[in-house]
Design a protein around this ligand. Structure first.
Ligand code: ACO
Length: 330
């Protein structure tokens, strides 16, 4: 079964309510029609109700089996205004600003997630990553014990170590440019928690570097070692090791030579890159040179899932992110 088939099958088991703040965007509407057809989630769309229903009908969706919310209407916005003010008053937000902000579809969608009216949100076909992230950070906030929102790419690789096709988590690939040791540990925690839900297996975490277990020294090597120690305190139940070069993390033969006492070397499935340059460059090289599939960036670390789409995303990709969002809702 491919990764795409697996996430669809698992999402279908317990369909979640997912809000689409860009409810009148054509690729999103096609994806919603497919989500309805396959029973993958219960979509809630934001937009002008009559226009959204008619557009959904014209792409083969079921306009009757659908909730549409007009974010421009101020009817019933009290709970959203209060929820936003509770989170932002200390940062200087006034009631008038909150009343205005809840009419922004990204904020309304994220507030619906925060108030647990829906299980997650999917947006970004037209809005920027920064705007989607900001709504999630301000309205939903981070998970218990996690201070940063970051991202992972789920790389679907060929058989490279005798275990068939694999899914590897590459983190961070899109959000935090130059993380401190503490932030790197929090990125790793967000990624490993998300992996349990998205892939459904146990994370094995490698902190990557140009050094393996003291083979070289440098500022970034020290940072990676510190991050590993912080991570171990944060997530004692998750196997993690480093600092590792990538081959030590992934290939047992190399790990036996370079890190013989490690329970992680050779078996890692979560690769934590020292910074965003490394993570972003690595995922694109693996995608282009090794022909791996790249699903993401999937946003991690939020209390409840608010996912971002690439602005080039087609309907199939939007369906994938919808299934992943549903799985991240737990
Ligand atoms: N996790 C948690 N909280 C955060 C994060 C984060 N990653 N970033 C900012 N915050 C918080 C801050 O602590 C601050 O909180 P406060 O208001 O309660 O004090 C608040 O958000 C605002 O902080 P700013 O630094 O002003 O951040 P801003 O709102 O301008 O932007 C954002 C935050 C959206 C995450 C921004 O850093 C961003 O756009 N990141 C990059 C995303 C991106 O564009 N990636 C694409 C490039 S890479 C690629 O495409 C592959």
């Amino acid at each position: 079964m491919t990764f795409r088939e697996a996430i669809r099958k698992r999402a279908r088991k317990e369909p979640r309510r997912i809000v689409f703040p860009e409810g009148d965007e054509p690729r999103t509407l096609k994806a919603v029609a497919e989500v309805q057809r396959l029973g993958l989630a219960e979509p809630v769309l934001l937009g002008e109700p009559e226009a959204v229903r008619s557009a959904l009908g014209s792409v083969g969706g079921d306009p009757d089996g659908l909730e549409v919310v007009d974010p421009g209407s101020l009817k019933g916005v009290g709970p959203y205004v209060r929820a936003l003010l509770d989170r932002r008053r200390a940062k200087g937000m006034t009631e008038a600003e909150a009343r205005e902000r809840v009419r922004d579809p990204l904020f309304r969608g994220a507030l619906m997630v925060a108030l647990e009216e829906v299980d997650g949100s999917v947006a970004g076909a037209v809005n920027s990553t920064g705007d989607v992230l900001r709504a999630g950070i301000q309205c939903v906030g981070t998970q218990q014990g996690i201070k940063v929102v970051s991202s992972s790419f789920y790389m679907v690789t060929r058989d490279f170590r005798g275990r068939g096709e694999e899914i590897l988590t590459f983190t961070d690939g899109a959000v935090i440019p130059d993380p401190s040791a503490e932030r790197l540990a929090h990125i790793a925690a967000g990624a490993s928690r998300a992996r349990r839900l998205v892939v459904g297996d146990s994370p094995v975490v490698a902190f990557l570097s140009y050094s393996t277990k003291g083979s070289a020294e440098g500022k970034s090597v020290t940072k990676v070692r510190e991050a590993l120690e912080i991570f171990r305190d944060m997530e004692p139940g998750t196997p993690a090791d480093g600092e590792f070069q990538a081959d030590t993390a992934l290939i047992q033969e190399v790990a036996r030579r370079k890190a013989p006492h490690s329970a992680v070397g050779g078996d890692a499935n979560v690769l934590v890159f020292p910074d965003l340059d490394a993570g972003n460059i690595a995922y694109k090289l693996v995608e282009r040179l090794a022909g791996a599939g790249a699903v993401g960036p999937i946003v991690q670390g939020l209390r409840r899932p608010c996912n971002d789409l690439s602005r080039g995303a087609g309907p199939e990709e939007i369906v994938d992110v919808t299934c992943i969002t549903a799985l991240m809702a737990g």
